[in-house]
Design a protein. Structure first.
Length: 278
């Protein structure tokens, strides 16, 4: 397979055409650019991977997300043949859809992370130590539930002769959420996992990660849903319930979007009829 090289340098302005027509609907924008040394302009670094197998030099354009591609003569002929291949074009479109889906997911997670950061800033807490603080809090809670009095000295919490009354009868189950490696490791040491806004396929992968991290047979996998029989297609609810059960979920937190207690109870009763309790 011929190699292709990506240069992390900015080409000179003379090599950048003043007007670039970028076809957003196609992976590799194959609009020919009448500029010396630039055969193709591609929108996005991920799309450059579709040139794999072609002998080409790729340079970042001044516009930032655009990349200027310079083929060898043989690669230029091969690229022209590829553009005439309908099957190849279908593969490009499929890969383009996958890339866009991944990019949207990354943007969604970034927005959620920024929102979470704002909550920590409002409470004057360090966002970057949240994981260690959580681990310490979990350790302290378990100690306080079983030991009387409790003395604890940690990096974030310090308690002297601390008591909780009345103490719980038995152990209080702790369920942890999250999708990062640290969150999965933390959840596997707890009693269960609580998921939300996760597809059945994603949940199945998370369950595998939890088992690999050490979650035992009595570990509970729960999922919070927005199922509402009074506002959703019943077949959709049943299909999703079966998909999540197959993914490894054996507990559901239902949260119908109802305005009054009576409406909420009615939705819950209908939901139990659709998805019977084991």
């Amino acid at each position: 397979m011929a190699s292709w090289e990506q240069h992390g340098v900015w080409p000179s302005r003379e090599r950048i055409p003043r007007k670039m027509k970028i076809r957003e609907s196609n992976l590799a924008c194959h609009q020919e650019i009448m500029s010396p040394g630039c055969d193709v302009v591609i929108h996005g670094l991920e799309r450059c991977k579709h040139l794999n197998g072609l002998d080409a030099t790729i340079s970042r354009c001044l516009q930032g997300s655009l990349f200027c591609v310079e083929f060898t003569h043989e690669a230029r002929m091969e690229w022209a043949l590829r553009l005439q291949d309908k099957k190849y074009q279908e593969e490009l479109r499929a890969k383009d859809a996958l890339i866009e889906k991944q990019q949207h997911e990354m943007q969604r997670k970034e927005l959620e992370l920024n929102k979470l950061k704002g909550e920590f800033e409002a409470l004057d807490q360090d966002f970057h130590t949240r994981g260690r603080r959580m681990d310490e809090a979990l350790e302290l809670m378990r100690l306080a539930w079983t030991t009387d009095p409790t003395t604890y000295r940690g990096d974030f919490f310090t308690l002297e002769e601390f008591k909780i009354q009345p103490k719980p009868v038995g152990s209080i189950p702790i369920w942890i959420g999250g999708t990062s490696d640290a969150a999965i490791a933390r959840a596997s040491r707890a009693d269960g996992y609580q998921g939300i806004s996760i597809s059945p396929d994603e949940m199945a992968a998370l369950v595998d990660r939890l088992r690999e991290a050490g979650a035992g047979d009595d570990f509970v996998v729960s999922y919070r849903t927005g199922w509402d029989p009074n506002g959703m297609d019943h077949r959709q609810i049943v299909d999703e319930a079966e998909a999540y059960a197959e993914a490894g979920v054996h507990h559901v937190v239902a949260a119908p979007w109802r305005r009054t207690a009576e409406e909420w109870i009615d939705s819950m009763e209908r939901l139990v009829e659709l998805v019977p309790l084991d």
